[in-house]
Every structure is written in structure tokens, then in C-alpha cells.
Design a protein around this ligand. Sequence first.
Ligand code: GDP
Ligand code: IMO
Ligand code: MG
Length: 442
Amino acid sequence: MANVIVIGAQWGDEGKGKITDLLSRSADVVVRYQGGVNAGHTVVVKDQTFKLHLIPSGILYPNTKCIIGSGTVIDPKVLIGEIDQLAELGVSTEQLYISQTAHVTMPYHRLIDQASEEQRGEHKIGTTKRGIGPTYADKSERIGIRMVDLIDPDGLRSQVTWAVKHKNAVLEKLYNRPPLDPAAVVEEYLAYADRLRPHVIDSSLEIDKAVRDRANILFEGAQGTLLDLDHGTYPYVTSSNPISGGACVGAGVGPTIIDRVIGVAKAYTTRVGEGPFPTELEDEIGTILGDVGAEFGTTTGRPRRCGWFDAVIGRYAVRINGLDCLAITKLDVLDSLPEIKVCVAYDIDGEVCNHLPSNARQFAKCKPIYKTLPGWQQSTADCRSLADLPPTALSYLKFLAELMEVPIAIVSLGPSRDQTIIVEDPIHGPKRALLDAPQISP
Ligand code: GDP
Ligand code: IMO
Ligand code: MG
């Protein structure tokens, strides 16, 4: 399999969890490289559903090492809850490792995220309110607490006491909120440290060892390209770099070890939170996509906004991530529709625009220019090869591959592992060799 990065090619929730789980079968190591508990990655195996926020989606394979990398931010309470939940479901986390340089989300980060969103009013981002932005802000301001600090009781006491006092001033004076008790926060986090200490390692060394052993490493992105802090639809983005370049930074590896980059995209588009969304459907079809696709946030339960596939964004994701191929998920959600639209370009004040404008004001003005394709109006959920697909469904996929100039390597037709077509004979000619087709067990 080589070293592969899996990224979200849209606004998150593309099905990265399903695809990572699928590919993890042939991975020795799976690394989450950015984001925190804002992520919600769903993996369905037979009748069990796993909702993972921080733990890499390779955890269901007992021999796969799972590393939460340096570029992530860790909410210890949620992580411990996730470990306990997996234990209840019979999944071992013995092979779970956490980078000592990952930053820790503290109670004041969550409170500031919530208060800041309220104060922004109509300018809110629509964050997950999990403290992600404030944790990364402290990292940049160089006042963050890292896992290496968390597991050192003496250091933690003095650092947390100082930090809570500092943040209490922000909570009280800026947001008119009650202060936190430093001693209580210290005690709470000392307990988390005791639970997590056995998992904390120098992850860069561990990954380097895997590289030298020629192990197969999978880098699992969270969020998606359009939520990237530098290259997404700023300011309606997250505070990390979900794009493929972020994998090198967040895992601590050089770009020369990466063999392939896979983009995961839904056969339509969804977005949670605020911000422009040119192909959004606020009509009956949007409701059908939401209902059939069960489009509710894995982390917050918020309904996801739904719309047609946007190939301008798709092409952008190909460019920004250097995608080798795509995994198209949730094709089955389109099964009932008589016709399907794809946005091929934007209209900005009467001018045709083929690329994503980096200016937020311009992006807000974009009106989709659609190409309409026929639907197939039959179930694809049981298709297991391209030959099983209705011809119009295959034409739809071919159209997407042609528009984005990238082959489609995987087609997903349902949440389960077996509801997948691994395309060995690529639709649009590979730029490089495609993935080895893994043996998928249901
Ligand atoms: P992620 O954040 O990118 O991992 O995606 P989420 O897990 O948040 O959201 C994707 C949702 O779609 C999950 O509930 C998956 O179980 C589900 N899913 C994934 N692939 C498919 C598919 O091909 N068809 C359908 N119907 N559901 C899918
Ligand atoms: P996965 O990994 C979809 C969105 C939030 C909000 C913006 C900023 O499951 O694809 P944040 O809490 O990160 O400061 O919120 O980013 N967002 C996601 N949307 N999927 C996610 O993760 C997301 N993580 C954050 O809704 O618009
Ligand atoms: Mg998700």
C-alpha cells in the first residue's frame, strides 16, 4: 500500500472514517495528523457503529498501530471516553499512541469557544464549540499545554495554575463569565494524565521507525480541504490544516516519504456551520439528500446543509492536495433522483469563473452553473463492481472524473465495509499506479 494520505476533499464528513477503516486493513500504522474532537468519523462494521473523534479509524484492526500526531489537539476527557467506549465494544486500545507534543484542550478553551461564538452573533463561525480554535490559538501564542506537560505532575500544577488565572481574566472581563477554580482544573487534569500517560510517546521517532521498516503508513485527515485554515473558505474554517501538506507538518515526516494522496468526496456536497455554500439546496431535494444520507453531525448532531456536487471545489481539492485519485462516497443517496446536477463553474456578476475565488466576498457572490445529468432511479446499495452499476450512475462517475481530471479509485454505496467498489480498472486512467485492491471483509 505504501504511505498514503487520506483527506477530505469538501467541507468535512465526506466518509473519511469509512475509507480509512477500509484501507487500514493493509496499513501497519495509521496517524491522525490534525484537528481534535471537532471531528466525528463513523465506521460501521456489521451491526456495530463506531464514532471516533480523536482515535484513528485504524483502531478496529488489532495489529495496526494508531498514532494521534503532534498536529492534533487533545481533549483528554473526550479521548478517555472514547477509549472506554471502545473497550465496552470489545476493541483494544493497546496499540494507541499519543504524541507528546500534541496540545491539550483545557476547560477554558471550550468556554472561550462558546462565549466567543455567542459574542460574534451573526458573524459566528458555527464552530463545534469544542475549544478547537482557542487551543490552536494558544499553541500559536506559545502559551499552550502539551501532552508532555500534562504527564509531568509538578510542571502541570504550575502551568495550569498560571494559565487558568490568565484565562479567568479573559472569561470574566471579556465575556462576563464566571472564573474557573485553578485547583479543581489541576486535579481533574492530573487524573486524566494518569490514564493517558502509558500512551504518550515521541511519535515522530515511532513514525520514523515505521518508515525505516518500510511499513505501510496511512495518514488520516480530519475536516476537509475547504475547512483548511490557510486554503479553505476563510474565516468559515477550522484552525488547523486538513490538506495533504498538513500531514507532513502534523505527523512530523518529510514529503518525500508520501507515495499517494487520496481525496474523499461525497457524490453531492454537505457543510455544517456557517459560510457560503454555492450549491446549497434549500428545497425538497436538499431535504431528500439530508434524510436519505442521514446528514446529521457526528459530533454535534446538527443537521448538515446539503447541495449538489461542486466540481469547482473538486478541482480545487485536486490542486491543493495533489490528489492522485478520489474515493466517491454516498453515491447510493442519489438513487431516487430523476436528475442530478453538477456545478461545473461559477457565475460571478455575469462572468464565468472556473476556479475557487480566494476572496471571501467574491466567493459569497458565486452562483453555480450547472450541468444536468439523468438519474438512475434504482438502488445501487448492492452493486459490487462498476459493471453492476446502472449505466447512468457510471456516466455520472465518469463525468466527475473527467471534470476533476483525476481517477476514481473507490466508490462507496453504503456505510458498511462491503458496500464498496474498489476500482481496479480506473475510470479515467491513473496518473500513477492505483492502490492495491485490499480484500474487504464485510
Ligand atoms: P467523516 O467525518 O469524513 O469520517 O464522515 P462522517 O462519519 O462524519 O459522515 C459520513 C456518514 O456517512 C457516516 O454516518 C457514514 O457511516 C456514512 N457513510 C459513509 N459512506 C457512505 C455511503 O457510501 N453511503 C451511505 N449511505 N452512507 C455512508
Ligand atoms: P470531520 O473530521 C464537518 C466545521 C464546523 C465549523 C468549522 C469550525 O468529521 O469531517 P471548529 O469547531 O473546528 O472550530 O469549527 O468547521 N467542522 C467540521 N465540519 N466535519 C468536521 O470534521 C468538522 N470539524 C469542524 O462545523 O463550521
Ligand atoms: Mg465527520
